[in-house]
Design a protein around this ligand. Structure first.
Ligand SMILES: Nc1ncnc2c1ncn2[C@@H]1O[C@H](COP(=O)(O)OP(=O)(O)OP(=O)(O)O)[C@@H](O)[C@H]1O
Ligand SMILES: [Mg+2]
Length: 494
């Protein structure tokens, strides 16, 4: 129980503060009482000297005058019996001397001049009486008084403090704890956990009642908001699920459709190729077959893009790396680009710029990389009318910080119309084409770069348009790819 009170940090601190203040006040008030008591007792003690003067001196003078030394002794004993008197010294003019007690260095002493005034009127000097007083007893008494008062005051302060601790605990702290525990542990979503304090019912509301009311009202508001939020979340989850299902249905549909269309299209392309290359085919029919073949290829290309897009949307594209001879791959890209140039019936040089000290093999996904580069070279072949398309493979200027693997930079540059700075940001968006007239004449869906960018990101690579013109090329795309190196020695060992 007591332990519980001491857990009331607030009550405990309050009590400590009251104890500290109470103790200081006790010491202060006891000090004042001590000074007052000392002063009054000192005055009382010095009053003894006046008393001697008024009550004893006359009888002493008479006893001396009549040489009644017994009487002198009785009077001196009477004076010495006072506790404050420490020393008496009486010297008479007749040479007699009486002493009582021990002489000391006390500031409190008085010397009485004893004399007799006979009826003749001539004053006769009889002797001197020196009385010394000590305040030691007074000081001792005052100290005793001080300690008793101080202890009483301290005990009072401590008892009051403990009573205060109890009252603070009963009236405030335990209710504060209940409120804290309620707010801390209660689930506002559950209406059954209403805050209730263990207090007697009162007619007048106080601060605690107001706090309870505020907490209950606040919980009500939170509960309401929570309910709204929960409904909203449930609705969103449901619509997200619906959207995902719809997307999956759409992707499956598009995938199946484009696959279904591509299969007969491939056989159409095959037959058109036979007609185009057939020896006995008249020139006119060959021309028709050529036109039909172009249209079919374009359709094939567009279907492939749509299929890739739907695969990317349904996370069906996976990257699998394997040791790849980058030189051989680059040579294939050059050939495909030359074929595309030929397809577009253009007179454009396709060059390959390979850095001399490239490693034998790199760990990469050759098929996906080829897809990206083919998109870039197709664009270059499509939009360039004359000049050159250059495919470059080199080690990137910035290599990995940890020194593991290599960063390759693959570039596709052309001497075509280029891409204006203001268009550079949107060419990677889906279905975005800069020059609609030009694009319409070339066909396409505006998906190639969007697919390439997403594929590059899947591979952990970066695809961007070079911001500066290099070596007279109007447009250059850069793909920076981090891949592990397969050294010639590994190759030999395997
Ligand atoms: N080498 C380039 N030179 C000039 N413009 C280009 C080049 N590459 C891309 N662009 C511009 O960027 C646009 C987007 O290219 P993207 O490859 O995404 O689509 P597309 O080639 O038009 O169609 P798709 O690739 O789907 O057949 C192109 O329409 C073109 O305007
Ligand atoms: Mg394209």
């Amino acid at each position: 129980m007591i332990k519980q009170y001491f857990r009331d940090q607030l009550g405990f601190r309050l009590v400590l503060a009251s104890l500290l203040i109470g103790s200081l006040l006790s010491v202060f008030s006891t000090g004042i009482q001590l000074v007052a008591s000392y002063n009054s007792q000192r005055a009382e003690a010095t009053g003894v000297l006046d008393q001697i003067e008024t009550t004893m001196s006359e009888t002493l003078e008479l006893a001396l005058w009549t040489f009644d030394f017994d009487q002198v002794n009785i009077i001196l004993d009477g004076i010495a019996s006072n506790a404050a008197v420490t020393h008496l010294d009486l010297s008479s003019v007749t040479g007699h001397r009486w002493t009582r007690g021990v002489a000391s260095e006390t500031p409190l002493q008085r010397i009485y001049d004893l004399k007799h005034t006979p009826s003749t009127g001539q004053v006769q000097h009889l002797g001197t009486l020196r009385v010394e007083l000590s305040l030691e007893a007074v000081v001792d008494r005052v100290w005793a008084q001080f300690w008793v008062t101080l202890l009483t005051n301290l005990v009072k302060a401590y008892v009051a403090a403990i009573a205060l601790l109890y009252i603070v605990h009963r009236m405030i702290s335990r209710h504060m704890h209940t409120i804290a525990e309620h707010v801390d542990g209660s689930s506002v979503a559950t209406p059954s956990t209403e805050l209730h304090l263990d207090r007697a019912t009162r007619t007048k509301t106080d601060d605690l009642d107001r706090i309870v009311r505020a907490v209950t009202a606040y919980e009500g508001r939170v509960r309401k908001t929570l309910n709204t939020l929960q409904t909203e979340i449930a609705e969103r989850v449901k619509s997200e699920q619906d959207a995902r299902e719809a997307l999956s249905v759409r992707s499956t549909f598009i995938g199946t459709m484009s696959h279904e269309v591509r299969t007969p299209l491939n056989s159409i392309l095959g037959f058109l190729h036979l007609i185009e290359t057939g020896k006995e085919v008249p020139e006119r029919q060959r021309h028709y077959a050529n036109v039909a073949s172009r249209a079919a290829r374009q359709l094939h290309n567009q279907l492939s893009n749509v299929l890739d897009m739907s695969r990317l949307d349904s996370n069906a594209v996976t990257i699998s790396t394997r040791p790849t001879d980058i030189r051989r791959l680059a040579a294939q890209w050059q050939e495909t680009t030359a074929a595309a140039v030929h397809f577009h019936q253009k007179d454009i040089d396709v060059t390959l710029d390979l850095e001399a000290d490239l490693d034998a093999e790199y760990e990469l996904d050759g098929a996906r990389l080829t897809q990206i580069i083919t998109n870039l070279t197709d664009n270059a072949a499509k939009f360039t009318t004359k000049g050159e398309i250059r495919i470059g493979v080199r080690r990137a200027p910035k290599q990995p910080d940890n020194g593991i693997g290599t960063c390759l930079e693959i570039s596709v540059a052309d001497t075509g119309p280029g891409i204006a700075e203001e268009d550079a940001a949107r060419i990677f968006d889906r279905f975005s084409q800069i020059d609609e007239g030009l694009s319409r004449s070339h066909g396409g869906t505006g998906l190639g770069l969007a697919i390439s960018l997403e594929m590059a990101q899947l591979m952990g690579a970066e695809l961007r348009l070079a911001s500066d013109e290099r070596d007279g090329f109007a447009c250059e795309f850069l793909l920076t790819l981090h891949c592990n190196v397969r050294l010639d020695s590994d190759h030999a060992a395997s």
